[in-house]
Write a protein that binds this ligand. Sequence first.
Ligand code: SF4
Length: 89
Amino acid sequence: MRGNEINVGITTGEMLIEQGYRKYEGKDVDIYYNKEICIHAGKCTHGAPDVFKVQRRPWVLPDNGSSDNVIKVIDSCPSGALKYVTKSK
Ligand code: SF4
């Protein structure tokens, strides 16, 4: 398991939603975000500005960037506010 990837055997997307995360569904990657945990470090908005755009609704569009970069950026989120699930292609 990489930094913030969900290990589906232990943590599921449903469990994250119960913990207050919101799901943003993508083609290859689903992104989960919990605003209560975010410390506004800006790693996401700097690392993938087309995917994470604070002024836009929804502010997360998982398909607006390469899944490799989305994963890299989410793994760099220092608070754990962002999580992801990769889908098999
Ligand atoms: S990288 Fe994580 S902690 Fe930083 S702004 Fe994005 S979600 Fe919040």
